[in-house]
Design a protein around this ligand. Structure first.
Ligand SMILES: Cc1ncc(COP(=O)(O)O)c(CN[C@@H](CN)CCC(=O)O)c1O
Length: 427
């Protein structure tokens, strides 16, 4: 594949943008090499500036669940643009979006629109702290909730797993308020709540981990966390920025039958435009300004063009059988990849929930972050480039999930598996 134009663009970009990108994972740092620059996207494909076509399993990191450039989404955006780009005043589409989210996710009696998943999660924990009068939050190793200071934390030493910053610029005093647990560890969660449960404002979790590759919850784990939060008066926050409207129409909470106190959203509800949201029980959400004292705001929150894109996509995902078909296609892809790996004698396992999946270079079923980090990352990186050369774009990191769309039809999946047969041979 020729990448001359991408290379030239990346050279220019690196002079003006830190790392040459506007979000770190796009820079290919963990897989090596240079990113390609996209000219346009359509259906399951990205077309780069050198004319190469890529079958896309990143899907803009989750939003593009109906494929790129879907005619219905494009038409809705084109119509909205005709009425203006931003009003700085309420518009009907914001009400329709709130009605749609609260109808599809009944645990959300009220919602607030924001502009990214990060804004949604940092607003949700501010609400939890304000509503409970408590300061500590609990997160999980390997879960990512955006770049808010309270989340850029890892377990420190010491019994209470109190946090230390993972990034310069994050105050140690704030990090200490974030405790970190191991995902799928029942006893660890019980122990922490027995020790400091009365101080915990909220526990925030990706109900299906999508930021340490794809790791589903063990049977009963989410229910265990629900019971611990209820018992100790902490709020349970499901970060469904990635899983929302993807693993099921009602998100992971519908798929697993768990009712969180607050939920955060992003990605799909924007239809590819910058949108996030958080929502939950009425008595909690009524504490958000201007209804209540907990402040949160945003110039472009509820932007009419973004609402139009999101509403068009949410309409499409409500088609009868949409998620069932996507889950079947994801199963077909994962089974094909495992079969191709076996033929090549490469130890590989996959995880999947709905239309998100993960590929692990190991012979073990991966259920924990520690198991994910013990996989053969170098083998993944070689596989990533071998697939890229064969026209398949996987997430450029062994610690990211993959995403299918309704545009990935049987022929596209068959082509992916065929490419994998060759790529596993190159691992
Ligand atoms: C579960 C979850 N919660 C919050 C976020 C943050 O959303 P944004 O601020 O990037 O819109 C994300 C963002 N996901 C990453 C992909 N691992 C976005 C890709 C990127 O950072 O460029 C998320 O997955």
């Amino acid at each position: 594949m020729n990448h001359d134009r991408s290379h030239a663009l990346f050279s220019r970009a690196q002079q003006l943008l830190p790392g040459g990108v506007n979000s770190p994972v796009r820079a290919f740092k963990s897989v090596g090499g240079e990113p390609f620059f996209v000219q346009r996207a359509d259906g399951p494909y990205l077309y780069d500036v050198d004319g190469n076509r890529h079958i896309d399993y990143v899907g803009s990191w989750g939003p593009m669940i109906v494929g790129h450039n879907h005619p219905a989404v494009r038409a809705a955006v084109e119509k909205a643009i005709g009425d203006g780009l931003s009003f700085g005043a309420p518009c009907p589409a914001e009400v329709t979006m709130a009605e749609t989210i609260t109808r599809l996710v009944p645990s959300c009696e009220m919602v607030r629109m924001v502009n990214s998943g990060t804004e949604a999660t940092l607003s949700a924990i501010r609400l939890a702290r304000g509503a409970t009068g408590r300061q500590r939050i609990v997160k999980f190793e390997g879960c990512y909730h955006g770049h808010g200071d309270s989340f850029l934390v890892k377990a420190g030493s010491g019994m209470l797993t109190l946090g230390v910053p993972t990034s310069p610029g994050v105050p140690a005093g704030l990090s200490e308020l974030t405790a970190t647990l191991s995902y799928n560890d029942f006893e660890g969660a019980t122990r922490l709540f027995e020790e400091i449960g009365h101080e915990i404002a909220a526990l925030i979790i990706e109900p299906v981990v999508g930021n340490a590759n794809c790791i589903p919850p063990r049977e009963g784990y989410l229910q265990h966390l629900r019971e611990l939060c209820t018992k100790h008066g902490a709020l349970l926050i499901f970060d469904e920025v990635m899983t929302g409207f993807r693993v099921a129409l009602g998100g992971a909470q519908a798929h697993y039958g768990i009712t969180p106190d607050l939920t955060t959203f992003g990605k799909i509800i924007g239809g590819g435009m910058p949108v996030g949201a958080y929502g939950g029980r009425r008595e909690l959400m009524l504490q958000i300004a201007p209804a209540g004292p907990i402040y949160q705001a945003g110039t472009l929150s509820g932007n009419p063009v973004a609402m139009a894109a999101g509403l068009a996509m949410l309409e499409l995902v409500q088609a009868p059988g949409f998620h069932e078909r996507l889950s079947e296609a994801t199963a077909s892809l994962c089974e094909g990849l495992e079969s191709a790996a076996r033929e090549a004698g490469v130890p590989v396992t996959t995880n999947r929930v709905g239309a998100m999946f993960g590929l692990f270079f190991t012979d073990q079923k991966v259920e924990t972050y520690a198991q994910a980090t013990a996989c053969d990352i170098a083998a993944f990186n070689r596989f990533f480039h071998a697939m890229l050369e064969r026209g398949v774009f996987l997430a450029p990191s062994a610690y990211e999930a993959g995403f299918l769309s309704s545009a990935h039809d049987a022929a596209v999946i068959a082509a992916t598996i065929e490419a994998a047969r060759g790529a596993f041979g190159a691992v």
